[in-house]
Design a binder for this molecule. Structure first.
Ligand code: PLP
Length: 423
């Protein structure tokens, strides 16, 4: 279908008088602490609230809006796909799902793909695949998956168990058996854990890690740590699972976070950036560990032609617009600007860290300021940011962000900090 045949749709904004945030809180469960602005419209790296105030969006739906807002390629993909075919059952073949799987395999270390709807669901799939592999290939009776402290893998019961942060697990027990936690980037602790777990009979089936811990504080993985893990996994036939939900799809300046560590996982998961803001998740694996058979795993909406058609457009646009190069250049620009701020406020800012366009401004542990204070001050100055824990402010703009937009965001953060820190 050519774009000319599409019916143009006017953009209708809700008049401020018709929306009342108090009503929202009456009817919507309060699972989120929300900032007091109501977002209404977006274009590129900018969003507008219902009062018409403009913000630079350095949250991008928390690392999901890969191409920013209302990117022409996404608008065309969404409108064309909805008019062609949006959903059919996985009982049939669709071209869109097959083509997206092919693109992902050709641009990663994986051989096969399973599609679902979210990061947690992708990780559930990875956990199930690893357990089935352990039972049917490795002959392990009670498989254990090792994960890291400060990790984040999602909000379902299995994935909050996998998540090595007690705050996400509190009051939701009994948790899932079969998980064991180690400190991140500590090879000695990992080797000791494997020794303890495998003492009487073999238990360790997989090690599941983020290449860079996102929610846990924008903490990059250590190269030597991951390379040694890959060796251990090869020696002991342990599966290596990379949770690429936040850092995959070009966010780090490479297609996948693991590429920054010079290793290939056996299984990895993707979600946030994959659909550019349209819900989709994927679990990918090498063919040797693809032990799923018809009936083993499923997802009603997973891989429907709407989500996969749009995601395929996101993937192709990454290539066509040479966005990995932009991510690398804008990432360096952002980090050097943040480092200048750190030099200006040495008693408040402890560190600047990240890869590509996922970066953290790390506040001193004993500073009075919390990440939420900086986020609120930045909103006042017209930039949206998001905390990654109590002391880290996270910057995850769209991968299309321009040089001028990075400069404007840095200026705004500088003004925000000046309102918070009296020197
Ligand atoms: C956000 C996130 C998840 C969970 O994804 P959902 O789509 O919210 O289920 C899992 N792992 C990592 C690393 C994430 O950042």
């Amino acid at each position: 279908m050519s774009p000319e045949t599409l019916v143009p749709m006017p953009i209708v904004s809700t008049p401020p008088s018709e929306f009342n945030p108090a009503d929202f809180d009456t009817y919507v469960m309060s699972t989120y602490g929300r900032y007091g602005i109501t977002l209404d419209r977006g274009e590129g790296c900018r969003v507008w609230d219902t009062n018409g105030r403009e913000y630079l969006d350095f949250v991008a739906g928390i690392a999901t809006c890969t191409l920013g807002h209302a990117h022409p390629a996404m608008v065309a993909a969404v409108t064309q796909q909805i008019q062609k075919l949006h959903h059919v059952s996985n009982l049939y073949y669709t071209q869109e799902q097959g083509e997206l799987a092919k693109w992902l395999v050709e641009h990663s270390c994986a051989d096969r793909v399973f599609f679902c709807n979210s990061g947690a669901e992708a990780n559930e799939g990875a956990i199930k695949l690893a357990r089935k592999y352990a039972h049917t290939v490795l002959g392990i009776q009670t498989p254990v998956i090792i994960t890291a402290h400060a990790s984040f893998h999602g909000r379902t019961l299995a994935t909050i168990t996998a998540t090595g942060q007690p705050k996400y697990q509190k009051n939701f027990d009994p948790l899932m058996p079969g998980f064991y936690y180690v400190p991140y980037n500590d090879i000695g602790a990992l080797e000791e854990a494997i020794r303890i777990l495998d003492q009487n009979e073999r238990q360790v089936a997989a090690i599941m890690l983020e290449a860079l811990q996102g929610e846990g504080g924008v903490r990059p993985g250590d190269l030597a740590y991951f390379q040694r893990i890959r060796e251990i996994c090869n020696e002991k036939s342990i599966l290596l699972i990379a949770d690429e939900v936040q850092v995959g799809m070009g966010r780090t300046g490479k297609y996948w976070g693991y590429e920054n560590l010079g290793i290939e996982p056996d299984i990895f998961t993707s979600a946030k950036g994959l659909g550019g803001g349209i819900p989709i998740g994927a679990m990918l694996c090498k063919s040797f560990c693809d032990v799923f058979q018809p009936g083993d795993h499923a997802s009603t909406f997973g891989g429907n032609p709407f989500a996969t058609g749009v995601a395929l457009t996101v993937c192709r646009t990454l290539e066509q617009e040479n966005l990995l190069a932009n991510v690398q250049a804008r990432g360096e620009q952002l980090r050097s600007g943040l480092q200048a701020l750190a030099a200006q406020y040495p008693t408040v800012i402890a560190d600047v860290r990240g890869w590509g366009l996922i970066n953290g401004l790390v506040l001193h542990a004993d500073a009075e300021l919390a990440s939420g204070d900086v986020v609120k001050a930045a909103i006042e100055e017209g930039v949206l940011l998001v905390p990654a824990g109590l002391k880290v402010v996270r910057f995850v703009p769209p991968l299309t962000v321009s040089e001028a937009e990075i400069d404007r965001a840095l200026e705004a953060v500088k003004r925000g900090l000046a309102t918070l820190v009296k020197d």
